[in-house]
Design a protein around this ligand. Sequence first.
Ligand SMILES: [Zn+2]
Length: 90
Amino acid sequence: MTRMLVQPNKLACNFCGKFDEDVEVLVSNKSAFICNECIIKCVGIVAERQLANLGKMTLTEVEGLDKRLFTEEQMRTVANRLAKLRNPFG
Ligand SMILES: [Zn+2]
């Protein structure tokens, strides 16, 4: 953030402060920027939060999770939960 103030003509990620030339992708909307590295970190945070709530989710909610968020190991946890919800007595 401070770096943006020091060099106002350069575009930088609002999360980590890296300049666009230092990252692969800098995504923007009208008022903010986020780099590819921070997007990946955010995806990881979302996945962890969803995994933490997995035990409270209904079958429909678990089925509706965006599987692209999860690592292979996390997907095994999701798959196990799905199996248990689909066949609670199995
Ligand atoms: Zn960033």
